[in-house]
Design a protein around this ligand. Structure first.
Ligand code: CUA
Length: 173
């Protein structure tokens, strides 16, 4: 979704730039009075159009950063311990409720691993590093019940690709 918006905006901006270049190229040869003025005016106009386009886009995309924010304190979070090993995940519990704040406490028993939760469409829901001697807290709330996959996102040795497991998100009722 965001990628297609970014693509369309890029195409629109490139088209706009081409128009401006074309306009300047067409008018470059003519020495009419006020030509420099109109180019300067056009440049100012393009600048403000770009500001008007990009400031809201940057503002909007910044609100959708893929980093977890702590949940509002209206519900007690469910604590889940996740430890990476060469080459498996140890997750407890593996069943969590949907629409509840879940707090993953992620660490590693040996080397650095990447803890990534994927939904049924294999889209990353949340991810953090699993590091030895350190606990990263990942705040997640699952909207949809179902089976989610946990894959390792950090190359951690020969059987890195085997570091897969599942967690089950149950319905609320
Ligand atoms: Cu653990 Cu890659």
């Amino acid at each position: 979704m965001l990628q297609s918006i970014a693509w369309q905006v890029t195409v629109a901006c490139v088209a706009l730039l081409l128009l401006v270049f074309g306009y300047i190229a067409l008018n470059a040869g003519t020495k009419s009075e006020g030509a420099a003025d109109s180019v300067a005016r056009l440049r100012g106009w393009v600048f403000w159009v770009l500001v008007a386009v990009f400031v809201p886009i940057i503002g909007y995309t910044l609100t959708d950063l893929p980093y977890s924010a702590p949940h509002a304190r209206n519900a007690e979070p469910v604590l889940v311990k996740a430890v990476g090993h060469q080459w498996r995940w140890e997750i407890d519990p593996v069943r969590v409720p949907s629409r509840r704040p879940i707090e993953f406490h992620v660490s590693s028993a040996d080397v650095n691993h990447g803890f990534a939760i994927y939904d049924a469409d294999l889209k990353v829901v949340a991810q953090t590093q699993a590091m030895p001697g350190y606990t990263n807290v990942l705040h997640v709330s699952f909207d949809r019940p179902g089976t989610y996959r946990v894959l390792c996102l950090e190359y951690c040795g020969l059987a890195h690709h085997n570091m897969m497991t599942e967690i089950t998100v149950t319905g609320t009722n």
